[in-house]
Ligand binder design. Structure first.
Ligand code: SF4
Ligand code: SF4
Length: 398
């Protein structure tokens, strides 16, 4: 890793500072991406590379995987610093994506205990962090004998840890569907920092319903993001949304979703999101504007060339007052606060994750996942690659 000294050094700043400075980097793991080992590895690599926000599916198991990765990252902060990465322990915000229109999926584990060999030492029972796996010879905390053996669905949050430990491959996970109004309170109580609501022009009633279901928690959030594609009447729609949510104290981001999930296709996909970003900037809505959908390694150079990034040669830094209101209108129009990367960021690291998956074999012959940090060489290669993307917006020199 002889290139370490060539990395640009960025100051330790909190995610909210990054928004204000216009160099906010968000990793999108994907609103329906629930592959827990991949979510965990992506979170770890991009956190150590200096990401400001990790955006994940509204699934308690996914949230738990991210929280675990953040804890691991904290423990690796000094190693990251030694290797020349700017991460020094200031964790990215954990953002959960909710959709106001479609029903979200979340997973639960299942198995039929009547098929378990009687001499199985039941590693599943020991590994479950939620005590969701019970056998009818166990007693609950009230000393009552359980008449049920298997997984108590209400307790299972789908972390998946029991799946690889079963020597007989008996345990599987399946997706469950819930309405946004039901899943929202479930995820809001998991200690997340931010939410993103995915909406579409014309869905104000749906948005309103979802907003009402999360209202009890919104004051605890640092950031609320609204993600929307282009459409006829977009600006009027976003203004209506702003009127609905303006009393919230959180910072507000307008995520302009140019060409969803296409950033890995080619350079040109970024043009749609930049155009949409310009359109929303021109509307001068209170809050920050952040790009997504079609973003890739071409996005930041293009933004810099178009002088659309705050602080990029336009003398805008320092215009913030001492007291910055949540949705401050002090922000200067025509500057993008940050960029979110989804498919491009994931594909960038896929060669490393493939190597990791090839090592997923346990000593007794069935697959078990290997954590990225257990393979330091792969971990730091992944961080190096992630940093090459993060650094595009963090770097103050072209
Ligand atoms: S997925 Fe398995 S280990 Fe995880 S909570 Fe559910 S039963 Fe427990
Ligand atoms: S590890 Fe597998 S076989 Fe053993 S008790 Fe658990 S589910 Fe049954």
């Amino acid at each position: 890793m002889g290139k370490q000294h060539n990395r640009s050094v960025t100051k330790l700043l909190t995610p909210l500072h990054s928004l204000k400075q216009g160099n906010w980097f968000k990793l999108i793991c994907g609103a329906s991406f629930q592959h827990l080992p991949a979510v965990r590895s992506l979170t770890l690599a991009y956190t150590l590379a200096g990401a400001d926000c990790i955006d994940v599916a509204a699934d308690p198991a996914v949230i738990a995987a991210v929280q675990e990765a953040l804890t691991v990252a904290q423990g690796l902060a000094s190693e990251a610093e030694k290797r020349g990465f700017s991460f020094q322990g200031s964790l990215p915000l954990l953002m959960v994506s909710l959709n106001d229109g479609e029903d979200p999926h979340f997973r639960k584990a299942e198995f039929n205990s009547s098929h378990c060999p009687t001499d199985c030492p039941r590693p599943c029972e020991r590994i479950c962090p939620a005590q969701a796996i019970v056998f009818n010879d166990t007693k609950d905390i009230n000393n009552q004998t359980n008449s049920f053996s298997g997984i108590i669905a209400d307790k299972c949050y789908g972390c998946g840890r029991c799946v690889p430990v079963c020597p007989y491959g008996m345990i599987f996970t399946s997706s469950h569907v819930s309405t946004p109004g039901v899943i929202a309170p479930l995820v809001m109580s998991t200690g997340i920092d931010a939410i993103e609501i995915h909406t579409k022009v014309g869905r104000l009633a749906d948005f309103q319903r979802l907003w009402a279901s999360i209202a009890p928690w919104t004051d605890k959030l640092k950031v609320i993001a609204i993600s929307c594609n282009d459409g006829e009447g977009l600006i009027d729609y976003l203004e209506s949304i702003y009127n609905l949510i303006s009393s919230s104290c959180s910072d507000l981001i307008w995520q302009t979703d140019g060409r969803s999930m296409s950033g890995d296709i080619g350079d040109g996909t970024t043009i749609a999101t930049i155009k949409l970003g310009q359109k929303v900037l021109a509307a001068n809505l209170p809050g920050y504007v952040q790009l997504a959908g079609g973003t890739n390694s071409y996005t930041v150079p293009k933004l810099k060339a178009m002088r659309l990034l705050r602080g990029w040669g336009d003398g805008e830094m320092g215009r913030w007052g001492e007291k910055i209101t949540p949705h401050s209108a002090l922000r200067t129009p025509h500057s993008i606060a940050g960029v979110a990367y989804g498919s491009y960021a994931r594909v960038l690291l896929s060669p490393i994750f493939e190597q990791l998956e090839n090592q997923e074999v346990s000593s007794i012959g069935f697959k078990a996942s290997v954590s990225l940090e257990e393979k330091p060489e792969l971990l730091w290669q992944a961080v190096e690659l992630a940093h090459s993307l993060v650094d595009q917006i963090k770097s103050q020199s072209q």
